[in-house]
Design a protein around this ligand. Structure first.
Ligand code: PLP
Length: 397
């Protein structure tokens, strides 16, 4: 008999981490692999943020912090919500956790009962389905494609709702597609939700600072929605702080209190040093973040034109985050030697082993026929990687 719980046996390994692992193995064998499977900025944390952490250590800010985060940090988060989205939250509606991922699982565990249905527009970020399963909820997938710019329509949402639906998870700007919902699109979804008051929205806004023109809109800003929306965010992507592990939620008070209770029994408050660094990130100049976003935009434009030039690839223009999600169905069913490329997973593996470029199969995000490419790497590497991808694809018969 297995010693491992059924809860854990039903969980999948992270596909993105698996790809990173495989490419590390090939690198260890001496192969020159370009890694476009990564989900983190290739920039270092800005200096003033690091200095705030060093100061916290020197000042012995090393004792147990409050479970939901220092009041100063939660106040800074409230100020950010007010300044960037015009939304009023009180510090007791804010819970700071060990990364965006931890914030999301807190909310899901705090609100989802066994067999509750959670609507996930696909392509979705790999972790959502697994966290819902951990809470014994049921992911209900709504498929979108490149023709709708990977966005779910109000009609699709309406069709997916049942009496058991309890939550909708939205991610805008999106990992893996870079798409962003507009105010009008969110308003149309909200009109459907108005008829189903039992549904709350978990709005993952971790890429909100990385958008290229279109203004980020939160579902919490849509009329009548704020009391039904939990906003999840963090400092990982916008401030290049993935290793610090800081995420937060802004939630209706009862949900925030439930997260606080859960976190009080699981992890307690997050690292005091990280909190000091996060206060600096949120209250001091955003200029380094703006510069990073400008650089991502420059690379996005380069990669878009390079991908457009590859016959058979179909690609949309991402509005935010740092990923492309090209459609690659033209290559599925083709052969390399006598090996058939049967799906996106085979294609990603072929691009890694023959083209020496690591990508992630669309199937990992619930969307067969696509692959995800991250452009959080240098222009030089991006140009070389796309050249290799083009050559590898051209070799398929
Ligand atoms: N949400 C999305 C859509 C992400 O892509 C990620 C990270 O890859 C996260 C949440 C989690 O961020 P963190 O590293 O802060 O846990």
């Amino acid at each position: 008999m297995s010693q491992i719980s059924n809860r854990l046996l039903s969980l999948s390994e992270s596909a993105t981490l698996a790809m990173t692992q495989k490419s590390r193995e090939l690198q260890a064998q001496g192969l020159d692999i370009i890694n476009l499977s990564i989900g983190e900025p290739d920039f270092n944390t800005p200096e003033h943020i690091k200095q705030a952490a060093i100061k916290a250590i020197e000042n012995n800010q090393t004792h147990y912090p409050p479970v939901p985060g220092y009041p100063e940090l939660r106040k800074a988060i409230c100020a950010r919500m007010k300044n960037s989205l015009g939304l009023e939250y009180t510090p007791d509606q804010v819970i700071v956790s060990a990364g965006g991922k931890h914030s999301l699982v807190n909310i899901i565990l705090a609100t989802i009962n066994k067999d509750d249905e959670v609507i996930l527009p696909a392509p979705y970020w790999v972790t959502y389905t697994e966290q819902v399963k951990l809470a014994e909820g049921k992911p209900v997938i709504v498929n979108t494609d490149i023709n709708s710019n990977f966005k779910m329509s109000a009609a699709q949402l309406e069709q997916a709702i049942t009496p058991r639906t309890r939550m909708l998870i939205l991610c805008s700007p999106s990992n893996p597609t870079g798409s962003m919902y507009t105010h009008e699109e969110l308003t149309a979804l909200a009109a459907v939700l108005a008829r189903h008051p039992q549904i709350i929205v978990l709005s993952d806004e971790i890429y909100d600072m990385i958008s290229y023109g279109q203004k980020h809109v939160s579902m919490a800003q849509i009329d009548g929605m704020k009391d039904r929306v939990v906003v999840a965010n963090g400092v990982s992507k916008g401030y290049a702080m993935t290793g610090w592990r800081m995420g937060y939620v802004c939630a209706p008070l009862d949900i925030a209190k439930a997260c606080n209770k859960l976190q009080g029994q699981m992890t307690s408050g997050i690292s005091s040093i990280t909190q000091a660094a996060s206060i600096a990130a949120l209250t001091q100049s955003d200029e380094p973040s703006r510069q990073m976003t400008a650089e991502f935009k420059r690379r996005r434009d380069i990669v878009k034109s390079l991908l457009d030039a590859i016959p058979g690839i179909e690609v949309n223009m991402p509005e935010g985050a740092f990923y492309f999600f090209p459609k690659v169905t033209a290559f599925i069913g083709k052969k390399f030697g006598d090996k058939v490329i049967a799906n996106s997973s085979d294609l990603a593996m072929y691009l890694l082993t023959e083209g020496h470029v690591a990508t992630v199969a669309g199937s990992a995000f619930g969307a067969e026929g696509y692959i995800r490419l991250s452009y959080a790497t240098s222009e030089e590497k991006l140009r070389e990687a796309i050249k290799r991808i083009a050559a590898a694809l051209a070799a398929l018969k």
